[in-house]
Design a protein around this ligand. Sequence first.
Ligand code: UD1
Length: 425
Amino acid sequence: MGEYRIKGGKRLKGEVRIGGSKNAVLPIFAATVLNGSESILHNCPLIQDTFISIEILKHIGCTVTIEKSNHGDKFGNTIIVDSSKAHNWNVPEKFTNMMRSSVLFMGSLLGRFGKADISFPGGCKLGNRPIDMHVKSLKKMGAAIKTGDMLCCRTMQMQGTQIHLDFPSVGATENIMLAAALSIGETVILNAAREPEIVDLEHFLNGMGAKIKGAGTSTIVINGAEKLHSVEHSVMPDRIVAGTYLTAVAITGGEVSLVDIWPRDIVPVTAKLAEMGCQISETGNTITLKAPPRLQYVSKLETSPHPGFPTDLQAPFVTALSVADGTSVVAENIFSCRFGHVPELQRMGADIMVMQDGRNFVVRGVEQLKGASVEATDLRCGAALILAGLVAEGETTVTNSHHVERGYQQIELDLQAIGANISYH
Ligand code: UD1
């Protein structure tokens, strides 16, 4: 298993291009099963979760070709999925254990075959992550679902209906969209998730002939199409990677331009960075950030569904607030146990108190973090620890790099390019 070694203290400065989004490409991969044809996907991030999705698609009987960019860098990676010979509706445990979002194949396999056998996704470091809303919604659309170790789903054809989600779950919204694309009649999702990645999924599905309206709002209407066709699509930029890099530069008092992003999607993040003293400007698809020598505290950082502050950036922001001037309160409102980064940051000298509910933290900014050997316990925890290493005195080793590789394509190269002393071993 790999690790990152970081020597802290460098002020980061330069320009970084942002690649395709993990959270957009994963539901899109699941959607490629639906058209029984070719899907050409540009700007795919070549991260671990992409490779797991490709393995699932091959297991289902799809042909997958990866064409790497000609530029010798990570941009423009094209993946072609041909689902015409797909013949298998089973996603075994070896995949669902590695990647929770493999549960999204439930909707697309049901849509394509009327059958899906998916191993129950395993536990997760972020706390209890039920899929009750996925199951309830697909049942309401006419699927018979037996639960146990395996979710065995059967239907003659998915039926349009009205579904009100108790909470705007990203995954449940996507699963319903996938299951409804080839259904009979109209499906209306009320209290749908409004994340930008849902909009990208709508564009992709409509590109193959689906009839979906309203993604990005709380009401999504899907009219089942009779048949879908081949499609070509460019995956949206990764707003979470962008937010991670902005935070990385901000804590080093640096200056950066992020290129090829959609600034509007990152407003919840740039607004907080501005509150912490950064100067932010936008031109077209570029954001420029100029950080003060020391960041300021925020009175409250609360995660919430989009357009609120994204839970995926809570951990990197806790790192930033650990070295900011003053005391901040952070509330994690999406996941029950998303604080794996806290004990590791404490080992580096951070002053963080987790309240009994595990969802509220008080972060008192310290003068300096100290390098240590720390362990990534999940993807964003790993990113937060790398950020801590960038400002810590001495050397930091972040072990369990595989968590980070699930969502960042060679993070060390991007950070090296703007002056960080980081290496991967
Ligand atoms: C997606 C993102 C993840 C992000 C999260 C919240 C992907 C691949 N992953 O995950 O990076 O952190 O959105 O923005 O896009 N819940 C239930 N029952 C359900 C479904 C969800 O109780 O049936 C709960 C979850 O336990 C969690 C909350 O709802 O507490 C939000 O989950 P959800 O929006 O579904 O997140 P994911 O789609 O898993």
